[in-house]
Design a binder for this molecule. Structure first.
Ligand code: GDD
Length: 359
């Protein structure tokens, strides 16, 4: 295969797994990243294959124009976004610019430079927000619950509209939550597995959490990126739900994580006073600062269309395997760092503070 792909958002979890997947298929991969003062490319620096990094910004159409004219990609995967839902309340306008308008910028450049480029848009289960039916399918009405969700709706419909207006091969992957050891530590799954690993190793006493009863359809990011590629190999573009069809609460994710390291957690109290204990010692506390101004209570997707049309397999990695993979990876990583490198004084560390305030 002699194809070239451009991936925006290369430094994120999905950029990691997708670039690895495409390099294995023999693609030349250009990864676009935004300049920051620190080296943002640690995840992907040592990949084998034809991976090239290019500096650009989805909010700067000129940079997209230069890059796309220069590299003439066959496929573009638009993974760039302000993707942390809580930050969309504190930075709603930059979220709209990056997550919403960034997609429009990209499609405008494709339209003018080469409308034959195939385009993947990272859409999301956050579009469903306050769910209108269960399970959620490609036909379920949207009801976003955050400025992030609202920005993603704009990007979703822009993708549909450019497909219908200009015949661009543009597809939306409506991906439900997908996790891995590469997940950022602000997101709830990695926050939990990293904290549980620290507690197991005696580096932390407890961690704080928000809504224990929120439920998500959690899958493995490594499986989900495959569907992105599959969408762009179809004769016709389309929109696809990518999910496992199974849902679990944050509480269950915590329980399973402790189980992996041989600790049994018991819950006491209610609401903001609820705590989780192991052998009588508090290991989890609820803190209102991790609650959101508007919550997405439960998500569960139907991957039927993706199974039927793409041949995508949602059953490869089950919930318990995913939790185990993440906890074991964090235990290993923290053990290898050596205790000397870790600030043992900071025992209630919350790596993952979300710092919006709702008055
Ligand atoms: N982050 C976080 N931190 N979430 C918490 C916490 C906490 O301390 N406590 C409870 N939660 C709950 C949130 O309220 C939410 O209901 C759920 O855990 C999941 O939160 P996140 O892991 O932050 O993910 P998300 O569902 O908001 O959004 C993620 O998945 C979407 C769907 O794929 C992000 O990756 C989005 O960018 C993505 O679109």
């Amino acid at each position: 295969m002699d194809k070239t792909a451009l991936i925006t958002g290369i430094t994120g979890q999905d950029g990691y797994y997708l670039s690895k997947f495409l390099l294995n298929k023999g693609y030349t991969v250009y990864g676009m990243y935004r300049r920051t003062s620190q080296d943002p490319l640690l995840n992907i620096n040592n990949f084998n294959g034809n991976l090239k990094l290019t500096e650009g910004d989805v909010t700067d159409m000129g940079s997209l124009l230069n890059i796309i004219k220069e590299i003439q990609p066959d496929e573009i995967y638009n993974l760039a976004a302000q993707s942390f839902v809580p930050s969309s309340w504190t930075q709603p306008i930059s979220t709209a610019k990056i997550t919403g308008l960034g997609t429009l910028n990209m499609l405008e450049v494709i339209r003018h430079v080469n409308p034959k480029i195939r385009f993947y848009q990272a859409s999301t289960s956050e579009l469903y927000g306050k769910i209108q039916e269960t399970p959620q399918t490609e036909k379920t009405p949207f009801y976003p619950r955050s400025p992030y969700g609202v920005a993603k709706i704009f990007a979703y419909w822009t993708t549909v509209n450019y497909r219908e207006s200009y015949g661009i091969h543009a597809s939306n992957g409506i991906l439900f939550n997908h996790e891995s050891p590469k997940r950022g530590k602000q997101f709830v799954t990695r926050k939990i597995t990293h904290s549980v690993a620290k507690i197991k190793l005696g580096l932390q006493d407890f961690f704080e959490i928000g809504n224990l009863n929120a439920k998500r359809d959690w899958g493995y990011a490594g499986d989900y990126v495959e569907s992105m590629w599959m969408m762009l190999q179809q004769d016709q573009p389309g929109d696809y739900v990518i999910a496992t069809g199974d849902t679990h609460s944050v509480r269950e994710f915590i329980e399973e994580s402790f189980r992996v390291v041989g600790m049994d957690i018991e819950w006491e109290g209610n609401g903001l006073d609820e705590v989780g204990k192991v052998d009588g010692k508090i290991v989890v506390k609820v803190n209102a600062k991790f609650y959101r101004p508007a919550e997405v209570d439960i998500l569960i997707g139907s991957p039927k269309k993706a199974i039927d049309n793409l041949g995508w397999d949602p059953t490869k990695t089950k919930f318990k395997e995913l939790v185990r993979m993440m906890v074991e990876s964090d235990v290993k990583e923290l053990s290898e760092k050596g205790l000397g490198d870790i600030d043992r004084g900071h025992l209630d560390a919350n790596d993952s503070d979300s710092i919006y305030k709702c008055s």
